[in-house]
Write a protein that binds this ligand. Structure first.
Ligand code: ZN
Length: 168
């Protein structure tokens, strides 16, 4: 079991774009295992590779029904809009309302290198968009503005001990 350091807001690696995974080899499998250990330890419900400083297009999540791994994920189409509060393991103690598509069609490779395509809605759709943002160098603060953003930045500069539960 290996717990990796989760990079936090301010770390420039969170601003970089991740690159395509070419080979699903032993080292990639080890990376995914370590990411899972790290996510469950946090605890969180999702984690993208840039959050542990690896600029590869991979994210994992577990919404309570087992570990899901997505390699080279893409959002093919999106519909309907909904706004909910989100938390991020890279921005501890902060929750901000973020507008996301309610439903997204996603395409990715699984751990066997097989292409999977399906439609996700509600929380999975939200987590998927959040993690694809990480892969593109974006965080939830980029998805909010005005008073919500000012409030989050203010809270970020203060000490807080609120739990990170439900973050990704
Ligand atoms: Zn996040």
């Amino acid at each position: 079991m290996a717990i990796l350091t989760i990079r936090e807001f301010g770390d420039l690696v969170l601003r970089e774009k991740a690159t395509q995974v070419e080979d699903i080899d032993k080292s990639l499998k080890k990376l995914v295992k370590n990411m899972a250990d790290t996510m469950y330890d946090a605890p969180g419900i999702g984690l993208a590779a840039p959050q542990i400083g690896v600029l590869k297009k991979i994210f994992i999540c577990d919404l309570g029904d087992g570990l899901q791994v997505y390699i080279n994920p893409e959002i093919v189409s999106a519909e309907d809009e909904t706004e909910e509060e989100e938390g991020c393991l890279s921005i501890p103690n902060i929750r901000v309302p973020v507008k996301r598509a309610k439903k997204v069609k996603i395409a990715a490779l699984n751990m066997d290198g097989k292409k999977v395509t399906f439609v996700a809605d509600d929380l999975l759709a939200r987590v998927f968009q959040h993690e694809v943002d990480h892969i593109n160098g974006l965080v939830i603060l980029d998805r909010t503005s005005g008073e919500n953003k000012r409030k989050a930045l203010r809270e970020l500069s203060e000490c807080s001990d609120k739990p990170a539960g439900g973050s990704y």
